[in-house]
Design a protein around this ligand. Structure first.
Ligand code: UD1
Length: 417
């Protein structure tokens, strides 16, 4: 993708019809590396996002044969090789760190670089590395490179200092083949983690979740497995918010509303017109929305990944709203651009913004600084007066499949130029 590519949106259209949510980005990016513990793995409902394309390239490099049939991927590990990773491969996405756990479990060794991903804070991986050490791995850190070696992985009792999503999954994958029992405490509760447990157990692993702990009985006998990627709750939440801003009975299909209770509770509280059903949600434009204070925190709290899209919605609420971010240090880069479009948002400190509404947004030339900031600006463009041009859209296509096709189908005026 060249830097000159832009998303161009003409705002003001009513969004109507049906939109289908894809498989969860944050699940599939862990499922693909976790699959290498087995010999043949079928992953169903794989989203068409660039993170998946990049993981596929890495798997091919390792000798894994990936056969695609629509959105089903069959991974064949018969010829997999233990090779050092190249920096350019892993710097393309955050989730490349899952190869650390997967390589440790399969080969007892991994040579890899620090992962890429959105620049929204420091994002260290000390929790992952400390977990590997507890399982018996030695780690050499040189500049940006990690050499992780374990002659033998042994079950351990590991308490995470913070319920990190990536840390939980990575340590769990590594512990799958460790000798004996591993107990990981203070784990993250995100549903994507249970999706990974489902895959590993289908391959013969013995993993169970008990509230805030995950217990793994190590086994070397992993075989074939299959899993269906859960619906992407962040993609769903983004389109539900778009529906509340500009929809007329917009039907969002393939939604697991149980994974979105924090968002649904907030939408109900501010008076949004939403109908929640078993597998779908209907959202319509709501004339008068109430302001609210929202804290982005670990699941089942309000997800940090929807904090920026929600900000766009709250610019239309009547009164003063607050958003507090507790996960990342630098996740308000969208504010500058929303203000440029006519919003009235003040950053109170590193962790909190104040949104004064209602304000009308006007189309502008803006930058997608990271994935979810991009989603926030797309929604802003959909309701903004006139034309919005968004650059650096490579961030957005890392996480939203068929973005322009899906939005065009529900009557948005959006194109990539
Ligand atoms: C995952 C999601 C991301 C989401 C985030 C929080 C994927 C691929 N990405 O990211 O979309 O925003 O969860 O819901 O699933 N931390 C440490 N040390 C570590 C690991 C994390 O200090 O070793 C800190 C991070 O800097 C951050 C916080 O913990 O401040 C949360 O990070 P974590 O839950 O690990 O997020 P990711 O797994 O990177």
């Amino acid at each position: 993708m060249t830097e000159l590519t832009e998303l161009v949106i003409e705002g003001g259209n009513t969004l109507t019809g049906e939109i289908e949510i894809g498989g969860a980005k944050n699940s599939v990016v862990a499922l693909m590396p976790a699959a290498i513990l087995g010999n043949k793995v079928l992953i169903e409902k794989v989203p068409n996002i660039s993170d998946v394309t990049n993981l596929k390239l890495i798997l091919n490099y390792l000798g894994v044969k990936v056969t695609e049939e629509n959105d089903n991927f069959l991974l064949d590990m018969s010829n997999i090789e233990n090779k050092p990773f190249e920096e350019a491969q892993v710097s393309k996405l955050r989730a490349s760190y899952y190869f650390m756990g997967a390589f440790l479990a399969r080969f007892g060794k991994c040579e890899i670089y620090h992962p890429g991903g959105c620049v929204i804070g420091e994002r260290p991986i000390d929790i992952h590395l400390n977990g590997f050490r507890k399982l018996g791995a030695d780690i050499i850190e040189e500049d940006n490179k990690y050499t992780i070696i374990a002659d033998k992985l042994e079950g351990a009792n590991i308490t995470l200092k913070f319920p990190s999503v990536g840390g939980t999954i990575n340590i769990m994958i590594a512990a799958t083949t460790a000798e004996g029992i591993t107990v990981i405490n203070n784990v993250a509760m995100e549903p994507e983690i249970d999706n990974v447990i489902e895959l590993l157990n289908s391959m013969g692993a013995k993993i169970k979740r008990e509230d805030h702990s995950i217990i793994i009985e190590g086994t070397k006998e992993l075989h074939e497995g299959r899993v269906r990627v859960i619906p992407d709750r962040i993609e769903a939440g983004t389109y539900i918010i778009a529906g509340v801003l500009a929809g007329e009975k917009l039907k969002i299909n393939n939604v697991n509303a149980n994974h979105l209770t924090a968002l649904m509770d907030i939408l109900k509280e501010i008076g949004a017109d939403i109908e929640i059903h078993d597998n779908y949600v209907i959202a319509s434009k709501t004339e008068k929305l109430l302001p609210i204070s929202v804290v982005a925190e670990p699941y089942p709290g309000f997800p940090t990944d929807l904090q920026q899209p929600l900000t766009t919605l709250l610019t239309t609420a009547s009164g003063t709203s607050y958003i507090t971010e507790t996960i990342y240090e630098n996740r308000f880069k969208n504010v500058e651009y929303l203000n440029q479009m006519g919003a009235d948002i003040k950053q109170i400190n590193d962790k909190q913004i104040m949104i004064q509404g209602p304000t009308n947004l006007t189309g502008s030339k803006v930058v997608s600084t990271d994935l979810r900031a991009g989603a926030c600006l797309v929604i802003a463009g959909l309701i903004g007066n006139g034309i919005t041009r968004i650059s650096s859209i490579e961030h957005i296509i890392r996480g939203y499949e068929h973005l322009t096709d899906k939005l065009t189908k529900i009557n948005a005026n959006i194109k990539i130029v």
